[in-house]
Ligand binder design. Structure first.
Ligand SMILES: [Zn+2]
Length: 114
């Protein structure tokens, strides 16, 4: 890593903060709903359906966040390996602008899968 504007210690701290945020969000989204036992107790039918749809949306969001978490973990490994900033597919540069926007990028624009 020859670019002096990329400070590994700062990037590591940023990634670790992001990792904690993601873990907290995922935990929150996948937590069973409170008071679930009240469904069917004087509630309208629609409420249970809405809750089920909301849960499905939460699971979907949690899966997306888990994907980002994977990339954050991989980026931290890449910092250790000294390959941070290099695409995991072609070993080419990921690009500073891209890393600034998403410090957990592990692939270049060409090989990004999302
Ligand atoms: Zn690539």
């Amino acid at each position: 890593m020859s670019d002096p504007s990329l400070d590994p210690a700062q990037i590591r701290a940023e990634l670790q903060t992001k990792r904690e945020e993601l873990r907290a969000q995922i935990t929150d989204l996948t937590r069973p709903p409170e008071g679930g036992a009240t469904i069917g107790f004087g509630k309208r039918i629609g409420e249970g359906t809405t809750q089920a749809i909301q849960q499905m949306a939460d699971v979907s969001t949690a899966q997306t966040l888990a994907g980002v978490l994977d990339q954050v973990e991989r980026s931290l490994t890449k910092l250790d390996e000294g390959s941070y900033g290099q695409c995991d597919v072609c070993q080419g540069p990921i690009g500073e602008a891209r890393l600034e926007f998403r410090p957990w990028s592990v692939r270049c624009v060409e090989h990004a899968d999302g």
